[in-house]
Structure formats: C-alpha cells, structure tokens
Design a protein around this ligand. Structure first.
Ligand SMILES: NC(=O)c1ccc[n+]([C@@H]2O[C@H](COP(=O)([O-])OP(=O)(O)OC[C@H]3O[C@@H](n4cnc5c(N)ncnc54)[C@H](O)[C@@H]3O)[C@@H](O)[C@H]2O)c1
Length: 253
C-alpha cells in the first residue's frame, strides 16, 4: 500500500538541510516516486536531489522562487521534459516571522502572504493542466497549526492568516478539480524541529517550548512526511479538502 512507483512529484522549499521538505522528498522517493526538488536555495536543492539519486531513484533539482512565475513555468517545462508528467505537488515552501500586529509592516504582510499563500496558488495553477490532462493528481499544502488555532505558536498573525488561507484554498480547489480526478489536501504541523525559527533549538529550550504539548516533544520532519506520502497515494483517493493535524495534541478539533 501507499507505493508511488512511476509517479512524478514536485516538492517546493525542499532544499533545507533539516527541513520538512527534504523529508517529504526522501519519503516520496522511498515509495518509488521520481522527485523534483525545488528551492530558492539551488545548492540546497541539489544536495537533496543527490541524496535521492543515491537511493537509486531519479531526481531533478530546480531553482524556484515560488513567487516568480517565470521560475515556475521553467519548473513545469523541465519536469515535463525529463519525466513526461506531474502527478503530485507538495506546496511546502514557507517563511515565518515572530512579530506582533502593531509591529507588522505592509511589506512584512505581503512577503509572508506572497511566499506562503500566493506561492502555493501559483505553483498549483501551473501544474493543474498536466494533472487535468491525465485526470489524476494530488496537491498537498503544508499549512500549520497556526492557521487552525489562530497563532500562539511561532510567527505573527500574518503567518497564521497565510496558513489558514492555504487550508481554504485547498477546500475551494477540491470542489473544482476533484470531479476531474485531482485531490487537494493539507497537513497542519505543530512545532517541528527545523531551521525555520533560525536554527534548531537546544534540548532544554525544546523542553520549555513543548511543556504544554500532550506528546511533550517537537515533531520530527519525517513524521510530517509520512502523512504527506499517505495523502499522495492512490489509496487516499477519497480524501479531499481535508486538513490533517500533526501536532502532538497541541490543537485538537
Ligand atoms: N517547522 C515548524 O515548526 C513548522 C510548523 C508548521 C508548519 N511548518 C511549515 O512547513 C514548511 C517547511 O518549513 P520548515 O520548518 O522545513 O522550514 P525550513 O526553513 O527548514 O524550510 C523552508 C524552505 O523553504 C525555502 N523557501 C523560502 N522561501 C522560498 C521561496 N520564495 N521560494 C522557494 N523556496 C523558498 C527555504 O529556502 C527553505 O529551504 C513551511 O511551509 C512552514 O511554514 C513548519
């Protein structure tokens, strides 16, 4: 079950050494998918693509800024040229900023919204024609618990709003494209030990940050990847517009 042999996946923001995107790439590759690794950090993307190739699975690294439409068009072109189709898109690229609303500038707001929300829209729109043509596709947004519980974790209200927007976008798009074979879902991770907050915190700091979380620890990137791989599989074909919490119990609904 859940195997992805012959599937072609694109994962954005996947060049971070300890990031969720890298784990998603490795998880999809382990299930047999060919994976296109994109990131604005091209060296990071290349390093992750090399890890995939070492597993004997084909991969491609592409420099993509998810708010640059020219980059995204190139990404789709290169993917189709090398692999012939696109089956899976994971909108994982994201940034955060811990700032109060009164200290948030219009530029801060736009930057967070652009990368997290508009970037997901632009990448999704670009891959849809290929998915619609084959009447099959899986789009998975990496949202956040902040988008569900209204912040209070890390990142300002603009981050929460962008992540809530990703959830709503997945639901609305599901209604449009699920009749044509494409499911659109989200995962909503809680605190995960990655570099998004400026470096992985010390064990002591992690203990403090997770004192109120029922699982009493941060999540691991591979725990997010496992759910993404499930949603990417054909077995998840009757799930759409859903958001799955992966947060150690920090938010339950
Ligand atoms: N780590 C957490 O606690 C946590 C919790 C909930 C949700 N998330 C979400 O998970 C996703 C991955 O985050 P992470 O924790 O692995 O962080 P990370 O910083 O390790 O990885 C994010 C990656 O996105 C890339 N990126 C940033 N801007 C980009 C752009 N404009 N175009 C393309 N790539 C870009 C970065 O270069 C980086 O490689 C993000 O969407 C984040 O909001 C993370």
């Amino acid at each position: 079950m859940f195997e992805l042999t012959d599937k072609v996946a694109i994962v954005t923001g996947a060049g971070s050494k300890r990031g969720i995107g890298r784990s998603i790439v490795l998880g999809l590759a382990e299930q047999g998918a060919k994976v296109v690794v994109c990131d604005v950090d091209f060296d990071g993307a290349k390093a992750v693509a090399e890890e995939v190739e070492k597993k004997g699975v084909e991969s491609l690294a592409v420099k993509v800024d998810v708010i640059n439409e020219e980059d995204i068009n190139q990404l789709v072109e290169k993917t189709i040229k090398k692999f012939g189709k696109i089956d899976i898109l994971v909108n994982n690229a994201g940034i955060t900023q811990p700032v109060k609303v009164l200290d948030t500038t219009a530029e801060d707001w736009d930057r967070i919204m652009d990368v997290n929300l508009k970037g997901s829209f632009l990448c999704t729109k670009a891959v849809l024609p290929s998915m619609l043509e084959q009447k099959y596709g899986r789009v998975i947004n990496v949202s956040s618990v902040s988008g569900k519980r209204g912040g209070g974790v890390f990142g300002g209200a603009h981050y929460s709003a962008s992540k809530a927007g990703m959830l709503a976008f997945a639901k609305a798009l599901s209604r449009e494209v699920c009749p044509r074979g494409i499911t659109v879902n989200s995962v909503a991770p809680g605190l995960v030990a990655t570099d998004i907050r400026g470096g992985v915190e010390s064990q002591e700091k992690q203990k403090e940050m997770t004192a109120d979380i029922p699982c009493r620890r941060m999540g691991k990137p591979e725990e997010i990847a496992a759910t993404v791989c499930f949603l990417a599989s054909k077995e998840a074909g009757y799930i759409t517009g859903e958001d799955i919490d992966i947060n150690g119990g920090s938010h339950m609904d």
